[in-house]
Write a new protein. Structure first.
Length: 342
């Protein structure tokens, strides 16, 4: 069970950062790694016909399943802007946070399948949350357009924390349980793995938002957090927080001297992906138009810059690749005992 749980630690939560206004359109405006961070060239297929003829002829709505101003929101808005340019249309953003990312995904699944509602569907709400909450969707509820970004996480403490290194934290947690903050799964699975491997005891404190978690780490109300780079990197860079270990598959750019958990010899990693979906009954012709637009949008310079500035890694998967990943982890999570992880 432990080995399988480690495999499952590769998912995510989302992040909070600076606010950004709704994106305008083109006229104005681990988990298995993807094979290549570059998107394949958009197809040079003939003009769309049938259901896709003239598409889009009105504004497309993009549902973002996390709060406005967070890392996912910023990235999705930039990606939506680039998709709008590729389509020659306009995209507006609606934020529907809540339910560990499931409310926005539920709204997407129940939307009219005409290509005028697309949505951010991150890996955890698709593959993990259905086993924790009573949601009305499954992986069969969607067609998959692409994945466009990767999250990374790390164990952080406040600058005045007594824990100078990860070893300090682990040794203290062997004596008595130490709480860690996070906004949801899969972070508790990673900390469970670390505890089982070292004999340390970690207690999960769930926060309604990353902003709340950041505030409590800074205020000393929670000893540490397993936080995402998009939300915590600025505090590590400023010196207000200290990164004890990267739980990502790579080191953090703002603290390149700090090793990953795997480099330290621990069999633990916490990565995840951002993807786009449409309702399952969306016509195939429209899905192909959107997939081509996603491939073009991924190369957009403004989108790439936003990903860099929010400390998130651009990472491309085709719709078929992202669907395969979601289904793989949906099956694996069916056997997990979440209560034992906190």
């Amino acid at each position: 069970m432990k080995t399988r749980t480690k495999l499952l630690s590769l998912l995510l939560c989302a992040a909070m950062l600076l606010p950004l206004f709704a994106c305008s359109g083109g006229q104005s405006a681990g988990t298995p790694a993807p094979k290549d961070t570059a998107a394949p060239a958009a197809s040079s297929a003939p003009a769309a016909s049938g259901a896709a003829e003239g598409y889009p002829d009105r504004v497309i709505t993009m549902i973002v399943n996390y709060s406005a101003g967070g890392g996912t929101d910023l990235s999705a808005r930039a990606f939506g802007d680039a998709i709008a340019k590729a389509l020659g249309g306009n995209i507006t953003v609606t934020n529907l946070p809540g339910g560990t990312g499931s409310l926005g995904v539920t709204e997407l699944a129940n939307s009219k399948a005409d290509g005028y509602t697309i949505g951010v569907a991150t890996l955890a709400p698709l593959a993990l949350v259905p086993y924790q909450l009573d949601v009305s969707y499954t992986p069969d509820s969607f067609q998959y357009l692409c994945a466009f970004g990767q999250y990374g996480y790390g164990i952080v403490v406040a600058k005045d924390s007594p824990y100078q290194t990860l070893d300090d934290l682990i040794e203290a947690a062997k004596e008595s349980p130490i709480s860690f903050g996070a906004t949801g799964y899969p972070q508790p699975l990673t900390m469970k793995d670390l505890g089982e491997e070292t004999g340390a005891q970690f207690s999960f404190v769930q926060y309604p938002s990353t902003t709340d978690c950041v505030a409590d780490v800074l205020g000393g109300f929670v000893p540490c957090a397993l936080g995402d780079m998009a939300s915590f990197a600025a505090y590590v860079k400023s010196g207000d927080m200290r990164l004890l270990a990267s739980a990502h598959s790579q080191r953090w750019d703002v603290a390149p001297e700090v090793e990953t958990l795997q480099e330290m010899g621990y069999d633990a990693v916490c990565d995840s992906y951002m993807g786009l979906c449409v309702p399952a009954d969306t016509p195939d012709e429209i899905v192909e138009v959107l997939r081509d637009a996603c491939a073009t949008a991924f190369e957009d310079a403004a989108f790439q810059e936003i990903m860099t500035n929010t400390n998130q890694a651009p990472a491309y998967m085709t719709g078929d690749e992202y669907e395969a990943l979601v289904r793989e982890y949906y099956e694996l999570y069916s056997t997990v005992d979440f209560e034992s992880a906190g």
